[in-house]
Ligand binder design. Structure first.
Ligand code: FES
Length: 312
């Protein structure tokens, strides 16, 4: 969806649904209907400060007259969740795009695994899957009862669900979970270590192709990607970007005052121009034509060559 498709919404309701999770219902700013969406979709939400954050749409009723999002409020996060938590009814926000990078495919059986706030894309997907009349099971891991969201809805929807309180129950055996759903498509969203563990289990069980993951963390750092020299051709400065830092961080560390917002490759605020080398584009925004013309988002993208020349 392009910037032209952006639209305004208004906060219709806000409430706490767990110790650390707040829920917002968003309606059309002028009362107009909102664009349709499918389970697994998320919005790129522009907050009043200009920060852009991605949030999954988590209504269990597809295409009702509001969007529902749920946000884990992190005091030490990157600021987006605290800003969401400070909103109140009547606040206007802009949705830059509604996208679905985590669609639900047809299957004869489903296993869903959600960790913490990872329940948000999984909830509407599990409800939609169960409504297809095929065996569907949800494993939902939370730290403790205080961080459990949507418990009533899970009951109301009649889902087959195991709720695991990891503080007291420990980490469940993912191998048994995978083995107990033979032939199932497995959809998972949650903390990276949980998803990594699931991938390892699926590989060991020969089920890698059955697994679909939704990762919200910025993919900026690739293990073993090595150092890259960023040559800033206008200023004549060369910057060494280590594998554990983003190119944006490296450039800022060298004194370049570059703006940013989402730091996830979805808003374009940090865009610079590459004039040499082979970029490794990891954003979710730029078109092939824009990349061809040199556009580059250093908050997430890296380099396939040992140097990259940029117009700075
Ligand atoms: S800061 Fe949003 S794309 Fe880089």
């Amino acid at each position: 969806m392009s910037e032209d498709a952006a639209f305004e919404v208004v906060v219709a309701a806000k409430r706490r649904i767990a110790e650390d999770i707040c829920e917002l219902r968003l309606g059309g700013a002028g009362g107009e209907p909102l664009p349709a969406w499918e389970p697994g979709a998320h919005v790129d939400l522009e907050l009043p400060s200009g920060l852009v954050r991605q949030y999954s749409l988590c209504s269990t009723v597809e295409n009702d007259d509001h969007y529902r999002i749920a946000v884990r409020v992190l005091a030490d996060g990157r600021g987006g969740s605290l800003e969401v938590d400070s909103l109140s009814e009547g606040h206007r926000l802009r949705i830059r795009a509604v996208r679905n990078t985590f669609p639900l495919s047809d299957a004869g059986r489903y296993l869903f695994i959600a960790g913490g706030i990872g329940i948000t894309p999984i909830l509407p997907m599990a409800v939609a899957a169960a409504n297809r009349g095929v065996p569907t099971h949800l494993m939902y891991l939370v730290r403790n009862a205080g961080t459990l969201a949507f418990a009533d809805e899970l009951v109301r929807e009649g889902l087959s669900v195991d709720i695991v309180l990891t503080d007291t129950d420990g980490i469940p055996d993912l191998t048994s979970a995978v083995r107990s759903s033979p032939g199932a498509q497995i959809y998972c969203c949650g903390p990276a270590p949980m998803m990594d563990a699931l991938q390892a289990v699926a590989a060991a069980e020969g089920r890698s192709e059955d697994v679909y993951l939704e990762r919200f963390e910025s993919p900026q750092v690739a293990a073993g990607s090595g150092t890259t020299t960023i040559r800033c051709v206008r200023s004549g400065v060369s910057v060494c970007a280590e594998s554990e830092e983003t190119f944006l961080e490296a450039l800022r560390g060298a004194g370049f005052d570059l703006p940013s917002s989402c730091e996830m490759g979805i808003c374009g605020t940090c865009q610079i121009t590459v004039v040499g080398g082979t970029p490794d584009h990891r954003d979710m925004l730029l078109t092939p034509e824009e990349r061809e013309a040199g556009a580059f988002l250093p908050c997430v993208s890296r380099s396939n060559s040992d140097h990259l020349d940029v117009d700075l």
